[in-house]
Design a protein around this ligand. Structure first.
Ligand SMILES: Nc1nc2c(c(=O)[nH]1)N[C@H]1C(S)=C(S)[C@@H](COP(=O)(O)O)O[C@H]1N2
Ligand SMILES: [Mo]
Length: 170
């Protein structure tokens, strides 16, 4: 009798654990928004741009040295847009960018990098969406996109934030 109760409790706990795990997995996969959408926050304001809205902004091809844990430093050809142009398109003008203490960029995995406003306004910082002519892929399929922040001057790729989902002006 006691044994039966115990087995029942264990069974219920197992079901609850599996159900919560499933809900958690789904919310990570969806992360609230459509794949490739980036949210922008400045002051009291919020805006969002979709993958299509970002990739129609003036494209640039550039070379940068990629350095990952699985490959040594190597020059790659990227296609992307200037982060500054994307911010302008979201409704954030240059003077608003200039008055930010710092600009942070967040990836889907929670990774966050910070930059000075002056860097964002320079020609050094891109949101890339193609590497060597191919889309960057995403976190699920082992890629680094759909968007990856690239600070061309970073020699160890340390601020190359993958899977960008949010940009904050602080
Ligand atoms: N979203 C996200 N971007 C990231 C990282 C990360 O953990 N998450 N790691 C950074 C570091 S330290 C390096 S060296 C490069 C390459 O990391 P990888 O080897 O994990 O691809 O991505 C950078 N961008
Ligand atoms: Mo790194």
């Amino acid at each position: 009798m006691k044994n039966k109760k115990l087995i029942l409790v264990i069974a219920i706990l197992a079901v609850v654990t599996l159900a919560l795990g499933y809900i958690n997995m789904r919310s990570i996969n969806n992360a609230g928004t459509e794949e490739g959408t980036i949210t922008f926050k400045w002051g009291e304001n919020t805006a969002a741009l979709s993958f299509e809205e970002i990739t129609v902004i003036e494209n640039h091809e550039f070379k940068a040295i990629e350095d990952t844990s699985t490959s040594g430093p190597a020059s790659r050809k990227y296609k992307g847009v200037f982060l500054k142009d994307v911010l302008n398109r979201a409704g954030i003008d240059d003077s608003t960018i200039e008055s930010a203490t710092r600009v942070t960029v967040k990836g889907l995995d929670g990774y966050v990098i910070a930059m000075a406003a002056q860097e964002v306004l320079s020609d050094n910082v891109y949101l890339a969406f193609e590497k060597n002519g191919k889309p960057l892929g995403n976190m699920k399929n082992g890629g680094s996109g759909p968007f990856q922040l690239i600070a061309v001057s970073d020699s160890f790729s340390q601020r190359w934030c993958k899977y960008v989902i949010e940009v904050n002006l602080e």
